[in-house]
Design a protein around this ligand. Structure first.
Ligand code: F6P
Length: 214
């Protein structure tokens, strides 16, 4: 059975400061997670040289199979840095589709700042995050829409994959695979430094485990 691992990036400077969005680097804690994640995944998926070659040849949109474990990250620094500790034989594909929800004028602000500066937008977004958005930002429906090609590729893929991404993308992918109610999904707690292991089955997907990795 193939597996799909999903995780958020390691702790970023903004996570620590309570700020949203942006393109911050990892903290020391975040880098520790990145190192632990590489150990965790490489123990389970040691790469064989022949597989590495095949996987390099297939390196378009996540590749077409052959490698034992593909790594997909977003284009943002915090996910790319989270993949840094993997042996270079692992193929890393970065995709803008996997970026965190874009918060427009609120990028880099704390929730308290947003409440003060954009009280109306804050309130309507909290009431329904599927449709509510910060000025110039994406809502959850936009993210669901832009993740369609990723889901199609995941359905097609025959190899194992580790996706290092962000809070809202995690919520959306978990909802897609488990059939969770969408409004409920926007409130789901997806902790940092935790790996979700999904196993596609003939009918749906089983969450095999959710494990803290430090
Ligand atoms: O706080 C981390 C984060 O990934 C932000 O970058 C993003 O804006 C936020 O989560 C989204 O969560 P919510 O929709 O609950 O505000």
């Amino acid at each position: 059975d193939r597996v799909i691992y999903l995780t958020r990036h390691g702790e970023s400077e903004y996570n620590r400061e309570g700020k949203i969005g942006g393109d911050p680097p990892l903290t020391d804690q975040g880098r520790k997670f990145a190192a632990a994640l590489a150990r965790f995944a490489q123990e389970r998926h040691p790469i064989a040289p022949a597989c590495a070659e095949k996987s390099k040849a297939d390196a378009t949109f996540g590749g077409g199979g052959g490698g034992q474990l593909q790594l997909w990250t977003s284009k943002l620094r915090r996910t790319v840095e989270t993949a840094h500790f993997f042996d270079e034989q692992y193929e890393v594909t970065t995709m803008r589709f996997l970026n965190e929800i874009y918060s427009g004028l609120c990028e880099g602000m704390t929730y308290d700042d947003i409440k003060k500066v954009y009280p109306e937008e804050y309130r309507t977004r909290q009431a329904n995050k599927l449709i509510g958005r910060y000025p110039g930002g994406e809502n959850y429906m936009d993210v669901i829409e832009r993740l369609r090609p990723v889901v199609v590729e995941l359905e097609r893929l025959s190899t194992d994959v580790l996706i290092i991404t962000h809070n809202v993308v995690m919520r959306t992918l978990l909802a897609y695979f488990t059939g969770m109610d969408l409004l409920e999904m926007t409130l789901l707690d997806v902790p940092l430094h935790t790996v979700y292991c999904l196993k596609p089955k003939p009918y749906g997907v089983e969450i095999a485990y959710q494990r803290g990795v430090v």
